[in-house]
Design a protein around this ligand. Structure first.
Ligand code: BES
Ligand code: ZN
Ligand code: ZN
Length: 502
């Protein structure tokens, strides 16, 4: 896919050549000055006239009329050097590759050194390039009957870098690609409808992932889940004909199984709401209620590729939330694996129930730090909108580490408070230790607070991605549908993780 070359020969034949253009007085120097000479200085003229723009994310296409080997040149505007960040560079690449893809090219070349700034070196640029390439050209195949016309796919990219060692550039391209592919896998899992991705299918997917990356894997079936007393998880599955699966993957990157990070993802393959049934408009799209599980599996894929020196246990409780004569009901009292009893006030608040047992189980597997991730509440959309993941924590310095990773990944998150007053609301039940739905005020917060009851003293961060897991608008780094949000944040968090002194 990526071929790195240290010699940049303008005569080499390519369908396209991509050049980055910073908004600075000297537009063409070094190899680019040679390029401009080939065009008798006309490129400089085109910049002056504004036909080629250095404005951030503007894409200008110029035909080469046989003056160089490449048929056309794509100039990518990068704006002012001091303002160009890793994120913005990825977006610019994303916009470029969408354009290149639409032009149906099968191969193109890129002059990496034209994307280097004082803050971003060739290795950053290479990572941004390959990650953006995977993300921006992602497409969910779907289930339409295919036409017979062969599809042209951009499959070969020659990367020229005179300033950086080819092997190093190749490594960065591979890492960026792993981040992109892991996110795309998460997107695909979310885009698949509930009839085609059951808990059993998700478990099979995890087994396949485990064999690809030599993870230890454990899939608990219904009998084992019953034996362990996971009454909260089982209650949600009670109305379904599909058996539940508790999926566990272990990656050991240290000699000892210590400082274990637990990644816990909500894996509801379809959420009808149960007897607290959703509206006919609200139920559409609920195939995406396993977005947390998808992010965890996507992150595990990246971890499998990059193999950091960390220990990770991924735990995914998976089932659908259905209605039948057997289904659980409001007023039911259930007993979680932790022993805590729960009064069910709303069967649509099922995510926190399955996560309660999953968090407890992650601790049983040795997790000393927990991050749970879930399409948990409509309330987080009311609070933070559609572009920001909601976060909560019982441990500020663990939260800082997750926040740092999210900033590096370019995924927005914002913390919601966890005060005693809201913990009290979760603990307020006449018949049980907890209730699963203390009323609509601060939905997102009480949902997080409920999960926190099961994290107990273990450092824990909760991520609510109900607003960010999908998008109804295409963007530079992806199409409409699943975003794969937080896949990269989780993987980066694991990679950079520093154990906290106890
Ligand atoms: N899966 C939903 C949350 C959701 C909403 C995800 C919109 C994606 C988009 C969750 O299980 C749910 O139904 N939450 C309820 C909780 C309430 C009934 C206490 C909510 O937030 O409305
Ligand atoms: Zn629900
Ligand atoms: Zn749900």
């Amino acid at each position: 896919m990526f071929h790195v070359k240290s010699e940049f020969d303008l005569a080499t034949i390519h369908e396209g050549l991509v050049i980055g253009l910073l908004d600075k007085p000297e537009k063409f120097s070094g190899s680019l000055a040679k390029l401009d000479t080939q065009f008798n200085g006309q490129l400089t003229e085109l910049v002056k006239s504004g036909d080629i723009s250095a404005k951030l994310k503007s894409i200008s296409k110029v035909h080469s009329f046989g003056k160089i080997g490449s048929k056309r040149i794509w100039f990518v505007g990068l704006g002012k050097e001091k303002d160009l960040t890793f994120d913005k560079l990825k977006e610019a690449f994303g916009k470029l590759f969408k354009d290149v893809k639409a032009s149906k090219l099968e191969e193109t070349a890129i002059y990496l050194d034209s994307f280097i700034t004082e803050k971003l070196d060739g290795l950053d640029a290479a990572h941004a390039l390959s990650e953006a390439f995977a993300l921006s050209t992602y497409q969910f195949e779907g289930y339409k009957q295919k036409s017979n016309e062969p599809e042209r796919k951009l499959e070969n990219l020659t990367v020229y870098s005179e300033a950086f060692v080819a092997e190093d550039v190749q490594v960065s391209l591979t890492v960026g690609d792993a981040f992109g592919q892991g996110t795309n896998s998460a997107r695909t899992l979310v885009n698949i409808p509930g009839n085609l991705l059951t808990a059993t299918d998700m478990a099979n997917y995890a087994v396949e992932l485990a064999s690809r990356y030599e993870f230890e894997v454990e899939i608990l079936d219904k009998t084992e889940i019953e034996k362990l007393g996971m009454g909260a998880f089982l209650a949600v599955n009670q109305g379904s004909t599909e058996p539940p699966k508790m999926i566990v993957l272990k990656y050991q990157g240290r000699d000892e199984w210590t400082d274990v990070i637990g990644l816990v993802g909500k894996g509801i393959t379809f959420d009808t709401g149960g007897y607290s049934i959703k509206t006919k408009a609200g139920i559409v799209g609920m195939k995406t209620d396993m977005g947390g599980a998808a992010a965890v599996l996507g992150a595990m894929e990246i971890i499998g590729e990059t193999r950091p020196e960390q220990n990770v246990v991924a735990v995914i409780p998976s089932t659908d939330n259905m209605i039948s004569g057997n289904a659980f009901k409001p007023d039911d009292v259930i007993t979680s694996m932790s022993g805590k009893t729960i009064e069910v006030l709303n069967t649509d608040a099922e995510g926190r129930l399955v996560l309660a047992d999953a968090v407890t189980y992650a601790k049983h597997h040795g997790a000393e730090y927990l991050v749970d991730i879930a399409t948990l509440t409509g309330g987080v959309i009311t609070a933070l909108g559609l572009h920001t993941t909601g976060a909560m924590t019982n441990h500020e310095s663990l939260y800082e580490q997750v926040l740092e990773a999210s900033m590096e990944a370019g995924e927005q998150m914002w913390q919601l408070p966890l005060f005693e007053s809201e913990k009290e609301r979760v603990r307020n039940s006449k018949v049980a230790d907890l209730n699963n739905s203390p009323g609509s005020e601060g939905h997102a917060i009480v949902a997080g607070a409920f999960i926190g009851e099961f994290a107990e003293g273990t450092p824990w961060v909760h991520l609510d991605i109900a607003g960010t897991a999908t998008t109804s608008k295409a963007y530079d780094l992806g199409p409409v549908g699943a975003t794969g949000v937080m896949t990269r944040t989780l993987a980066l968090f694991v990679e950079r993780f520093e154990p906290i002194e106890k």
